[in-house]
Design a protein around this ligand. Structure first.
Ligand code: FES
Length: 130
């Protein structure tokens, strides 16, 4: 059982690295309705998130910036997930839900990496008044 758990963890870690090498939604979104630049206080890496909203849903979401494999992998997975979702769901999305979504345990040191995209997105949406 432990072997298969280790195998699954390894597969998810490989998936994160694959997203880092081939990120999803890593581009600037022209005429975004909301954007926010957030940095990781631990390392100084920065992500800017761009969001387009239509009918209270996330019509499109993208990001630019620099980060490690965990932050870029998490940003890829989260932006894929957030597309089409109600903005209220994303405003209330928790750190635990994000960790469940990316399917890796980043540990306390890398938690700031994994949650960089969530903080940027929620701060962008908190500025959005539409
Ligand atoms: Fe900088 Fe992870 S080490 S975002």
């Amino acid at each position: 059982m432990e072997d298969s758990d280790d195998e699954i963890k390894k597969l998810y870690a490989e998936a994160i690295i694959s997203y880092y090498e081939h990120p999803h939604n890593k581009r600037k979104l022209e005429s975004a309705d909301a954007e926010f630049k957030e940095s990781n206080p631990v390392c100084g890496d920065v992500l800017t998130v761009y969001i387009k909203v239509k009918d209270k849903k996330i019509e499109d979401i993208s990001f630019e910036g620099q980060g490690c494999a965990i932050s870029i992998g998490s940003a890829s997975i989260f932006t894929d997930f957030a597309k089409g979702k109600d903005i209220e769901l994303i405003r209330k999305f928790s750190v635990k839900e994000l960790i469940d979504l990316i399917k890796i345990d980043p540990g306390p040191v890398r938690l700031n990496c994994a949650t960089l995209i969530l903080r940027a997105t929620q701060k962008a949406l908190s500025k959005y008044k539409g």
